[in-house]
Design a binder for this molecule. Structure first.
Ligand code: ADP
Ligand code: 5GP
Length: 192
């Protein structure tokens, strides 16, 4: 057979509050071989978030220095902070044949689609725009101002949903998880 081997990079994108983190955490219980790329960000840690576990928390200068040094596979400014995927989180795993999941916003997902077209792109959508506000309020991690900023961006992000290979509507968590799991298992079996 010729051509590149099928990728095992899964890009999970969609607006803040849609349930990406919840779905990925449950998905990793069902498919433990999936490894999660830990992103870098200049956002301040939320209560309970741990350095190197939830994110690599960097100050702005270090983040931008690492951008200059070409250390990021993708990066974006989002809601007043920088976020990005370090190449070191992805490349070694791909070379070792391990499947990797990236949980990133839409601008970053577009960059990965351009530089790694074989990556599987999955957009998580809410049943209604208004669901996002309720979920962000219910999560209780962001101030009303931060929630308002995230919702402004969400409208643009939702308009981009058709750009991605797969869309999963996170209406009921278990149902959406089943759909996401089916997509991921089908891609993993193609690459075996
Ligand atoms: P994201 O990672 O996309 O920002 P989260 O996974 O943090 O979103 O989910 C945002 C909030 O919505 C959390 O409080 C989570 O428990 C809740 N949530 C996620 N999926 C659902 C769902 N299908 N139905 C109801 N609440 C949900
Ligand atoms: P939060 O501040 O809620 O943790 O994340 C805000 C947004 O940034 C979310 O949509 C999340 O998916 C996205 N994000 C997290 N890590 C990355 C990353 O490495 N790159 C990009 N482009 N977005 C990210």
């Amino acid at each position: 057979m010729s051509g590149p081997p099928p990728s095992k990079v899964f890009v999970i994108t969609g607006p803040s509050g849609v349930g990406k983190g919840s779905l990925i955490s449950l998905l990793r219980h069902r498919i433990p071989e999936l490894e999660l790329s830990t992103s870098a960000t200049t956002r301040k840690p939320r209560t309970g978030e741990q350095q190197g576990v939830d994110y690599h928390f960097l100050d702005e200068r270090e983040f931008l220095d690492r951008v200059e040094r070409g250390e990021f596979l993708e990066h974006a400014a989002y809601s007043g902070n920088h976020y990005g995927t370090l190449r070191s989180e992805v490349e070694g795993r791909v070379e070792a044949g391990h499947p990797v999941v990236l949980e990133i916003e839409v601008q970053g997902a577009r960059q990965v689609a351009a530089s790694m077209p074989e990556a599987v792109q999955i957009f998580i959508a809410p049943p209604e725009l208004s669901t996002l506000k309720l979920r962000l309020e219910g999560r209780g991690t962001d101030s009303p101002d931060a929630i308002a900023r995230r919702l402004e961006v969400a409208e643009e992000e939702l308009a981009a949903r058709d750009e991605f290979h797969h869309q999963v509507v996170n209406d009921e968590l278990e149902r959406a998880l089943d759909e996401l799991e089916a997509i991921v298992r089908s891609k993993l079996s193609e690459s075996r």
